[in-house]
Design a binder for this molecule. Structure first.
Ligand code: NOJ
Length: 734
């Protein structure tokens, strides 16, 4: 986000004309309140739907019948800086009040949770990250930005870039997985997609980086729980995605709910001001998460709401989401001298700058013909195609014994599992604006692709099994395709789990299907890595299909029939049992690395390693790696390797480059991703793949938060996943 000198001047002129109340008004993010019968703020309703307290149908019913208070009088009085809503006509109507009826005519920002698409829903982030495809990350974000603008949304509460290593945390679904390098690549691409095409206001939105910071490190994977870590871990693991996104120009950020080393992120001057604004240079503003300021009272860090508000604004938190604490208390706080005008002006300047950069002063409304286009023609075909491509590329083949996959269209299939037919379950936890008519279930996708199939629901993530349906599914088929996993409401916000094995009676269902002696193809629909120890041991085929968005069914069908050769990789390690969490490949070296002997870092009752490690993902073909060469140059290492397609299908491999700093002044990870490249190979074809590792990226942050590069021995690994790699050692001088 960059402003011209003229735009900066206009911001200053405006600021000079504003009253104290009008300044505070800019710092207030409103959401429509539902009035009559259901008196909770809109944003809480959304949370209730997200965490499963309300079903999507109940939510939609409330929304269609309830009356809403859009705080028009407050808008008129200049007391609303931003609004949270997704209806284009309503957004135009409210914006008109702000522009034409408020004293200074300052347009509002309209913010919304467009995490992996609005109405066109793409795969959840943990799935999309596994494509290792920055061009795709950027494209889906750009299409989402355009779709948002067409709905009057100019500020997306995305990307969610929390590194997450504990799959008990339900929000692993929303982010790019466990690795800071992949996460940073994802973050940069998302910012480019959302923000870089600024020639027409229809093409870009302001991004909002969240949840800043270390939210993914919540203790025991329980949402909203405390986080504590060393300075070096914060800088090496949890900050890099945010740093990368700000370098790419990200406009705004959202403070996380958690406390970090005892200070809630909402009121943390070290993370908000010192790091995010002063060190990284965030050009826009920081918003709280919903009710975040008020929660500082419950954290026991603020005496009352006013105190929480003062601490937040002084720490660098510019906008209040979900409470009216700034609106109700900041004026008094300024008058009492607890908050200075400089602090306030800095916050308002940042907010106005984002509005100016978005072109809202010139183009505050969604053009009527754009609204009509969406109303009449549905989703643009190009967006749907991209949703399908993203879904296909996100699918990860975890296991494929005896070449059971791909299926052929002549085979008679029994399709099993309630999830298989449920078009409402394809979009994942943080998608709200999809329409069922756009969503393709696996059943529909298979039918459309010409499968010879019969469908037997048999059972799902909840409820009992239907024995008769199981009997029939087993009796009359050549192959059984079992779709099992989690409901969307089982991951996402406030959906942490202590047991991350397949929920309900689905394992029992799989056992019964296996007992038929028929080949069983298991397709997983889920929002988090599951503990699949039993499944990996007993099932011949496992396809990880996540929640893939509106095109899920078509994508799964194309992969099962081999029209698309799977190429997705895991952005997050899968454990065998839940008790292994947190589970991640890039853990610090221990003095006693886990092995079969007793006094090592291991479990008595479970493996110490991942079942399926970060970066794992099979193809219908196989790839062989040979002849790794590493050569030192003045500012980088040149790494090249030969990759050969040794099977009989054309396939795409993601070649992954890891490094290990073998001896350092701090304990370093056993491996760290530092690059990747995708290569498509015909059967029998071999290519040399070149990768570059910049020396500038071979260091680490120490416990003073300083980036250091230390001469010495490094190991360079290259392979198709984080476990199975070729290795070369090299001494490096910086
Ligand atoms: C709470 C969530 O933590 C955040 O991700 C979301 O953007 C806000 N609510 C607004 O819905």
């Amino acid at each position: 986000m960059k402003l011209s000198a003229e735009q900066k001047e206009r911001v200053e002129e405006l600021l000079a004309q504003m009253t104290l109340e009008e300044k505070i008004g800019q710092m207030n993010l409103e959401s429509p309140s539902i009035v009559g019968g259901f008196d909770v703020p809109f944003e809480e309703l959304i949370e209730m739907m997200t965490d499963g307290r309300l079903s999507k149908e109940e939510f939609q019913k409330i929304m269609s019948t309830a009356q809403r208070d859009y705080h028009e009088d407050d808008i008129r009085a200049g007391m609303v800086g931003a609004m949270m809503a997704d209806d284009p006509r309503k957004n135009n109507e409210l914006q008109k009040i702000a522009v034409e009826e408020s004293r200074l005519g300052i347009p509002m920002l309209t913010g919304f949770d467009v995490i992996h698409g609005l109405r066109t829903v793409y795969p959840i982030a943990i799935a999309e990250a596994g494509t290792f495809d920055p061009e795709l990350f950027e494209r889906t974000a750009h299409l989402a930005a355009r779709e948002s603008r067409a709905h009057g949304i100019n500020w997306n509460f995305a990307p969610m870039i929390d590194v997450a290593r504990d799959s008990r945390w339900g929000r692993v679904s929303e982010g790019p997985g466990e690795d800071p390098y992949l996460g940073s690549t994802f973050a940069r691409a998302k910012i480019r997609g959302l923000q870089s095409d600024t020639s027409d206001t229809a093409d870009y939105v302001a991004a909002c980086l969240k949840h800043y910071v270390a939210y993914g490190a919540c203790e025991s994977g329980r949402d909203y729980n405390t986080t504590s870590m060393s300075v070096s871990q914060l800088h090496n693991v949890y900050l890099p995605t945010f740093k990368a996104a700000v370098e790419e120009g990200a406009a705004t950020a959202m403070a996380a709910f958690n406390d970090l080393n005892g200070v809630p992120c909402t009121v943390n001057p070290y993370t908000l001001r010192t790091i995010l604004k002063d060190l990284y240079g965030l050009p826009g503003f920081v918003v709280s998460d919903a009710n975040g300021i008020k929660e500082c009272v419950a954290h026991g860090i603020a005496e009352d709401e006013k105190d929480a508000g003062c601490q937040a604004v002084n720490a660098g938190l510019d906008m209040d989401m979900g409470t009216h604490i700034y609106k109700d208390h900041l004026k008094q706080a300024v008058e009492d001298g607890r908050v200075s005008m400089d602090v306030l002006d800095d916050a308002v300047r940042r907010i106005l700058s984002v509005k100016m950069w978005l072109g809202l002063f010139e183009n505050p409304y969604v053009p009527e013909d754009v609204i009509r286009l969406y109303e009449q023609s549905g989703l643009p075909e190009a967006d749907v195609q991209t949703a399908r491509e993203a879904a296909e590329k996100s699918i990860v083949l975890l296991k494929n014994e005896n070449g059971i996959l791909p299926l052929s269209r002549g085979q008679k299939i029994s399709l099993v599992g309630t999830l298989a037919a449920d078009a409402k379950e394809v979009c994942g936890a943080w998608a709200m604006s999809w329409k069922e008519e756009d969503c393709v279930s696996i059943l529909d996708g298979l039918k459309k692709s010409g499968a010879d199939l019969a469908y037997y629901p048999c059972g799902g993530p909840e409820g009992e099994l239907n024995e008769e349906e199981i009997r029939r599914a087993c009796a009359d088929s050549d192959v059984i395709v079992a779709v099992v996993g989690e409901l969307c409401s089982m991951s996402g916000e406030a959906s942490s789990k202590a047991d991350i094995t397949l929920p309900g009676k689905q394992r029992e269902l799989l056992e019964k299907l296996l007992a038929s002696g028929k080949p069983v193809v298991t397709v997983l629909m889920n929002g988090r890595p599951l503990a699949l120890g039993w499944e990996a041991e007993h099932l011949p085929v496992i396809v990880e299909a996540w929640h893939l968005g509106i095109e899920m069914g078509n994508a799964v069908a194309n992969v099962l029939f081999g029209d698309v050769n799977p190429s997705g990789k895991l952005a997050s390690s899968f454990p065998s049992v839940s008790g292994q969490c947190p589970m991640y490949y890039n853990h610090p070296s221990t003095g006693r690395p886990g092995s079969n002997s007793k006094f090592t870092s291991r479990y008595l009752d479970a493996p110490h390693e991942a079942l399926y490690p970060f970066g794992h993902g099979l193809s219908y073909t196989t790839f062989a790696y040979e002849e790794l060469h590493v050569e030192e140059q003045s500012d980088c290492l040149h790494v090249n390797v030969s990759v050969k397609n040794t099977g009989d299908h054309t396939g795409t491999e993601t070649v992954q480059l890891y490094m290990q700093d073998v001896t350092a002044s701090l304990v370093r990870p056993v491996k760290e991703l530092r690059g990747f490249a995708k290569v498509e190979l015909q059967p029998g074809e071999e290519k040399r793949v070149e990768l570059t590792l910049k020396k500038a990226e071979m260091g680490f942050y120490d416990n003073q938060g300083q980036y250091v590069k230390e001469d010495g021995l490094f190991r360079i690994y290259v392979g198709g996943n984080s476990r199975d790699c070729l290795c070369e050692e090299i001494r490096v001088k910086f």
